[in-house]
Design a protein around this ligand. Structure first.
Ligand code: T4K
Length: 417
């Protein structure tokens, strides 16, 4: 452990970890089971197109979430695209900017304008009280994001959507296995979309699903994800290829069987971070509601730079040097990425909480790939750095003179004027 500032890897010391610790390291589950499923799949020679694994996965998810329909899709981005099209969204749709870019892109890809709305500073989800002022005659829907697995204020969103005759769907990519007032996420709005990307709580290598209690919508989405085929040689609708293949479904089924184990490990890690970070001035761990079902997949820390003296970006640089690959999700906010920043250069004026959070949030590694001793060491580094905030900031600044930081996809480089 570091006793002197010069021992930090950013100043030339040895990195605390020999190998990189990543945010979003995949949970693997039962290796023998996945390999057995892949072998069976090869023996059966049924690799895609609504195979047995996909059917089984859809049934198990619908049962687990107590929802009428689950339609497996190749990834959540395509699932969002298909669902928004099936809901006849057009014109403008209200979304948060503090989310992964796919939430906005899925709309813009279909020439639907994402209108960015600010978030609640505590939950980091859409602020329902800000929505009415963003509604125009072109608005057709709202897409809420259950960020970090925390449910949106579904009651208030449902009320505003029905008052203005808007469709309501949720990007539930982070919220598989989570509940809201005792009801599983998957049962809110017109439809909800999950991601089973490799980095997600339950993973299918790449994958996603739409869940809904609406029979007609489910039928439409099933057609749309399979080119519109209603049977052999019979296309009744315009569609795309959104199918999940059998290898992905095999992985998802295996992952699903480890849901309790993954939850326990994530919860153990969360509690470890909670106790190790307690009392560090200027750091606040995002609180998961333990009275509800949660997957604890994201360890989110907010930093108050006026207290810590080192900025969030300086902390990221220090941690990366120690091989802790912390992330700045979801910096800089969708509204500051293309094409949106060119379309709406002043969007930030209406998004004060989003702008504030994108400068403060740090996401730390968790999941089955790390253990409590890793977490204790990460937190010790943070505690040490923040105990010497002013000196470290000065040393970082002088080490960088006369160059300045430039950003490149979360990494930092020095560039000359
Ligand atoms: N809506 C929301 C709210 C989302 O968060 C996402 C996805 C979507 C929609 C769209 O879902 P999908 O269409 O993907 O199903 C990553 C994931 O690629 C992305 O799926 C996820 N959100 C987002 C939060 O994180 P990046 O740009 O950070 O990816 P990347 O390559 O930097 O990897 C993330 C971390 O995971 C790294 O620290 C490395 C590690 N990693 C990654 C992979 C793929 C591994 O250790 N092993 C791996 O196999 O977006």
């Amino acid at each position: 452990m570091k006793d002197q500032i010069d021992e930090l890897a950013v100043f030339g010391g040895t990195p605390a970890f020999q190998e990189k610790l990543y945010v979003g390291r995949p949970n693997i589950g039962n290796r023998e089971q996945i390999l057995q499923r892949i072998a069976d799949m090869l023996d059966r020679r049924w690799l895609s197109n609504n195979g047995l694994y996909v059917q089984d996965l859809e049934k198990r998810i619908a049962k687990l979430l107590d929802v009428k329909h689950c339609i497996a899709i190749c990834n959540a981005t395509v699932a969002l695209e298909i669902t928004s099209r099936a809901l006849d969204l057009t014109g403008e749709v209200i979304v948060p900017s503090f989310t992964f870019i796919a939430t906005a892109h899925a709309l813009q890809w279909q020439e639907i304008t994402p209108v960015f709305c600010d978030i609640d500073p505590v939950t980091h989800c859409l602020n329902p009280w800000r929505i009415e002022s963003m509604i125009t005659p072109r608005t057709t829907g709202i897409v809420g994001v259950h960020l970090w697995g925390h449910p949106c204020n579904t009651e208030a969103l449902t009320e505003v959507a029905s008052k203005h005759n808007l469709k309501l769907m949720f990007d539930a990519s982070h919220a598989f296995g989570c509940s809201h007032n005792g009801t599983m996420i998957g049962n809110f709005g017109d439809a909800e979309v999950f991601s089973f990307h490799a980095t997600k709580f339950i993973n299918a290598f790449e994958g996603g699903a739409v869940v809904t209690n609406n029979d007609d919508l489910a039928t439409k989405i099933r057609l749309m994800k399979n080119f519109g085929f209603a049977g052999y040689d019979n296309v009744t609708y315009i569609g795309v290829n959104g199918k999940m293949n059998e290898a992905c479904a095999a992985m998802a089924l295996t992952s699903l069987e480890s849901l309790d184990e993954f939850t326990q490990i994530n919860y153990r890690n969360y509690k470890c971070y909670q106790s190790e970070l307690a009392g560090i001035p200027g750091l606040k761990l995002y609180a998961h509601d333990e009275a509800e079902k949660r997957n604890y997949q994201y360890i989110v820390v907010e930093m108050e730079e006026s207290v810590t003296q080192v900025s969030r970006d300086q902390i990221v640089k220090i941690l990366h040097a120690e091989n802790v690959m912390a992330r700045r999700y979801f910096y800089p906010g969708c509204h500051r990425m293309e094409p949106y920043r060119s379309y709406f250069p002043h969007a930030g004026l209406l998004l004060p909480e989003t702008e504030r959070l994108t400068e403060r949030v740090l996401v730390l590694p968790t999941g089955t790939a790390i253990d409590e001793s890793d977490i204790r060491l990460i937190c010790k580094i943070l505690r040490f750095v923040l105990a010497h905030g002013i000196s470290i900031r000065k040393q970082l600044q002088s080490a960088l003179k006369p160059a300045h930081f430039a950003e490149n996809q979360g990494e930092f480089q020095c560039t000359k004027h």
